[in-house]
Design a protein around this ligand. Structure first.
Ligand SMILES: *Cc1c(COP(=O)(O)O)cnc(C)c1O
Length: 495
């Protein structure tokens, strides 16, 4: 199977190459040329299988230049007992008769980014072998918190790779910072940037487009790449858990074969919900895809009007991993809904770059209305949803998950649709202790990782082991840089 650029269909590469490159050289996203179809027999087979086997089977449909055997080994390494704290890897929790929560934070960093970032380094290592690449790949990451840690955890001590993470000095939670500066591994680097997430992100983009810097690094034997969700190697492992959730519902007798279910996903860069869309396109019986945003509601407006307009204030919210105004992966959806019309997609992306705005065709608007429903949950709604889930169901959820739960309720109220619905839980509540404590009526005492104990004492919910040990861990990184110095940080790192 080949991968095409969303902006120029004539640019095509194989799966391994797509994983290695991350992005097409024309700036487009590499996207599968065809969407493999699955039927009832496939789902039946998977229903009796482990998460690792499900992952290998689903991924093999797309990565035809990897063997299923290879993929099974990768899945064992990624989702096995050494890494995930439950054999199911991505378990469902039943909330009520028609509502189930897909918990995606049982991996090493307690956020759903692990689902993909435990897999991507292995896909990338194999891709280097398969494409005869001799350089060492250096992954550069700008993070608002979750991606950086998950990427380091995935890439730590992976041969022929280095990883450098930049985070905004005052823009991540105390637990997130502690997770990053204590990261182990000989090939990792961490640097705080004086500025916000956009500054860190702009700095990384500048480094990527600096030809002379790239040349210097190439002479030293390094190649830059990205672990961002524009990389197909991050989207594909996420398709797996939607198929897996369906199989779990079948196995537990919650639905019958062929019955449609809805997915509701808390959305930022549109990666996670795009994976749900691919699962639906593959033939998984899915009704509506409910796209949940926080106060940064650019996607809600887009799904309702067909106009994408990033010209609006940026809000810092208590669900920071969803604070985003340009959702990169939407480009892959537009490519598919336009009938793979690269010229049309290029037009939208040019308009976005020039004026921050575009309006899609009537055909795409109709397709969006049929498949998606968009809503947003503000700060008050997020807090109330956390409180409500805790009081009514005894279920402690994080701020991002609460956005999804809140929007799911809105959807049901407005449409009356009572289809069985699975909403995604993307982080452990322990990553955002202060907001969660306040939501359940407790004043956070002190800051930093002490709040883990306070939340634990208040609720009795177990602290994820990998977060609990943070308190005793030595800080390994203490580097802070001006945003203009980030290129020197990289040059020092790759001596
Ligand atoms: C990254 C992230 C999201 C948003 O996922 P996208 O794929 O960017 O849409 C939601 N919740 C959490 C906790 C995240 O880390």
């Amino acid at each position: 199977m080949n991968y095409l650029s969303t902006r120029d269909r004539t640019l095509r590469v194989g799966g391994a190459e797509a994983v290695k490159l991350g992005l097409s050289r024309d700036g487009g996203l590499l996207t599968p040329e065809a969407i493999p179809q699955i039927g009832e027999a496939f789902l039946e087979e998977l229903t009796g299988a482990s998460y690792q086997e499900r992952a290998a089977k689903v991924m093999a449909l797309y990565l035809t230049d990897y063997t299923e055997e290879e993929l099974r080994t990768f899945a064992e390494n990624a989702y096995g007992a050494g890494k995930f704290d439950t054999p199911a890897a991505a378990p469902l929790r039943k909330v009520d008769e028609t509502t189930h929560c897909l918990e995606l934070w049982h991996g090493p960093t307690s956020a759903f980014k692990d689902m993909a970032l435990q897999m991507l380094p292995q896909l990338l290592s194999a891709a280097l072998r398969k494409t005869g690449e001799e350089k060492t790949v250096c992954i550069l990451v700008a993070t608002s918190g979750d991606t950086g840690k998950a990427a380091m955890e995935g890439f730590a001590d992976v041969p022929q790779t280095r990883i450098m993470v930049f985070y905004p000095r005052d823009g991540v939670s105390a637990v997130q910072e502690a997770q990053m500066v204590t990261q182990e591994g000989a090939n990792v680097g961490v640097c705080a940037v004086k500025g916000n997430f956009d500054d860190a992100q702009a700095g990384v983009k500048r480094i990527f487009s600096d030809e002379s810097l790239r040349k210097t690094l190439a002479e030293r034997g390094y190649l830059l790449s990205s672990a961002n969700s524009i990389n197909w190697g991050r989207i594909l492992p996420q398709v797996v858990y939607y198929v897996s959730a369906y199989c779990d519902l079948l196995r537990d007798g919650e639905i019958r074969m062929g019955e449609k279910i809805n997915f509701c996903v808390p959305t930022g860069n549109f990666g996670d919900i795009l994976a749900a869309y691919y699962a639906k396109r593959m033939g998984l019986p899915v009704g509506k895809l409910i796209c949940a945003s926080n106060k940064n509601d650019v996607l809600t407006d887009f799904l309702r009007t067909g106009v994408y307009d990033r010209n609006r204030p940026f809000h810092n919210t208590m669900s920071p991993s969803m604070d985003i105004l340009v959702s990169s992966n939407l480009e892959r959806l537009l490519f598919d809904l336009s009938g793979e019309n690269d010229e049309e997609v290029r037009g939208y992306m040019e308009a976005l770059a020039e004026s921050g705005k575009y309006e899609v065709s009537e055909k795409i608007k109709a397709a969006l209305r049929e498949r998606f429903w968009g809503g947003f949950c503000d700060e008050k709604g997020t807090t109330e949803t956390i409180a409500q889930y805790y009081q009514k169901y005894g279920y402690l959820i994080d701020t991002h998950t609460a956005v999804a739960a809140g929007v799911m309720e809105q959807y049901r109220r407005e449409t009356g649709d009572r289809t069985v619905t699975v909403f995604a839980s993307t982080a452990s509540p322990y990553k955002f202790c202060d907001h969660v404590l306040r939501a359940i009526g407790q004043e956070p005492r002190g800051g930093g990782v002490e709040l883990l104990d306070q939340l634990n004492a208040a609720t009795g919910v177990a602290v994820p082991k990998r977060l609990a040990v943070l308190k005793g861990k030595a800080r390994r990184f203490d580097l802070t840089a001006e945003k203009a110095e980030m290129d020197n940080v990289v040059l020092d790192f790759l001596r």
